[in-house]
Design a protein around this ligand. Sequence first.
Ligand SMILES: [Mg+2]
Length: 196
Amino acid sequence: MNHVFLDLDDVLNNFTSDLGKLFGVGEGSGDLSWFPGECGYDIVSALRRLGWSKDILSPYLFWSTLPETCWSQASKSAICDKLVRRLLASYSARNITILTSVARGQSTASVAAKIEWIKNNLPVELHNRYIIIATGEKWRLAGSGCLLIDDNVDNCRMFTEACGDAMIVDRPWNQSCRGEFGRIRKMLNAIPNHTS
Ligand SMILES: [Mg+2]
């Protein structure tokens, strides 16, 4: 493997968990016990299932009206530090890229917020190691020797179809593809907690 692309939302941070707390469900800080996995990676459907009205939650309005602090102040995920340490122990920082999408309906607000998050939460050698894409087509960066670490099944599938490799981070919305990709949890379990 010569390059690792690392997703941000729900991999390095607790975006969906924090958003649930904002809407009055779950405890935040990584708690996703409330998330109906059968909704797939679709928080609007998940919140509707939990009783939020369709009028309030039109997908466009939902995404375009979220405060940018949802991204800039998202809490760090439980695996973030361990995963980043593990990658930096194996790869030069120039072979690691944070690969994340512009949030739907947000344009520049979520971009600035994501850059702020990276600078506030990741080691300095990764502060300028990001690509923020508007198309959502992470697979366009795929190729032989490239690994994507992501929580989104479609991203992982398309990346592998484009000759890359993918590892999926366990989340309630991706349980249906169990066994299809390497699981990041297995990789992390092999690393002692005191590794630095
Ligand atoms: Mg994600």
